[in-house]
Design a protein around this ligand. Structure first.
Ligand SMILES: [Zn+2]
Length: 305
């Protein structure tokens, strides 16, 4: 009797605390849009779960005390709002919750050997001592650090947001157990990686998937205990921040399938977060939600044999 046909649900972490900040724009609101869409139109094999928020001590694993205190108290204002949006009292609980989700997804994936996710965004530009580019605390770095502390020998970060992940690179610069594969389509937050093959800036959409496949295939997959996937949808051609002409929904759907299939083929646990994606007059909220649902559909189908 085949026993490997059982369908395992993919836990996706979310709580309403993810959207507590008063400053309303995509990064502080879209987790709720996506969560609501999962309630209205469930994706088979995806199950929402509430994460445990991080503590201040957890955040200090990757961020300086002065910066962490500024995010908690709002003072000094320039540091508290260095993420790029106005500080308010809800920000602290929001980022403890959303980064708690990123950490929870990483630990769950590591524990089960399967897939987990979080509807977190606003992660990869955050530095050790400052926010940047709508990112407050770096959930990718925090999740990688916690996974290593929990016993992972090595972690692969795949960052497919439109922008480069300069914050993650800075925070983890001295961590040899983390490997990064960062494929961006715009140069914002570009950095100089110690391994040049870990960062690509792709400006031709026809080269995007071939670059991803080539970089994945060049990795020694057996070297990793966990993949952290920053699943930005801002490369989409009609996204006004990050969008690259020719980057279609179909192409992004293929990207998601490619990544999760690669992880499955190599039996690698993977934890995903949402990353970028910004609506404007030519790109609606429901279209953005639909793009982020592609990640979850691909994640759920990976778990089906
Ligand atoms: Zn981005």
């Amino acid at each position: 009797m085949r026993t490997d046909l059982a369908v395992r649900s993919v836990p996706v972490f979310y709580s309403d605390a993810y959207v507590l900040a008063e400053h309303a724009f995509d990064t502080t609101r879209k987790a709720r849009w996506v969560a609501q869409s999962l309630r209205d139109r469930p994706i088979a094999g995806i199950a929402l779960e509430t994460p445990t928020p991080l503590t201040e001590a957890d955040v200090l694993a990757c961020h300086d005390p002065e910066y962490v205190a500024a995010v908690r108290t709002g003072e000094p204002g320039s540091l508290a709002s260095s993420n790029g949006f106005a500080w308010d009292g809800g920000l602290w609980d929001m980022v403890l919750a959303s980064n708690g989700g990123a950490v929870a997804a990483a630990l769950r994936a590591l524990e089960t050997g399967a897939v987990a996710g979080s509807l977190s965004s606003g992660l990869h530009h955050a530095r050790r001592s400052t926010g940047a580019g709508f990112c407050t605390f770096n959930g990718l770095a925090l999740a990688a650090r916690r996974a290593l502390d929990a016993g992972a020998r090595s972690v692969l970060i795949v960052d497919l947001d439109a922008h480069c992940g300069g914050g993650t690179a800075q925070i983890l610069a001295d961590e040899p157990r983390v490997t990064t594969l960062d494929i961006a389509v715009v140069a914002f937050d570009r950095y100089r990686p110690s391994d040049p093959s870990s960062l690509d800036l792709v400006v031709d959409p026809a080269a995007y998937l071939p670059t991803l496949r080539r970089r994945l295939d060049a990795l020694h997959s057996g070297a990793f205990d966990l993949v952290l996937y920053n699943a930005g949808m801002d490369p989409f051609e009609r996204c006004f921040i990050g969008g690259l002409s020719g980057m279609t929904r179909d192409l992004l759907a293929e990207r998601e399938t490619t990544l999760f299939r690669w992880c499955r083929a190599h039996r690698l646990p993977v934890a995903f977060v949402l990353a970028g994606g910004y609506v404007n007059s030519g790109f609606t909220q429901s279209e953005l939600v639909d793009l982020h649902r592609l990640t979850m559909s691909a994640a759920a189908s990976r778990e089906r044999s």
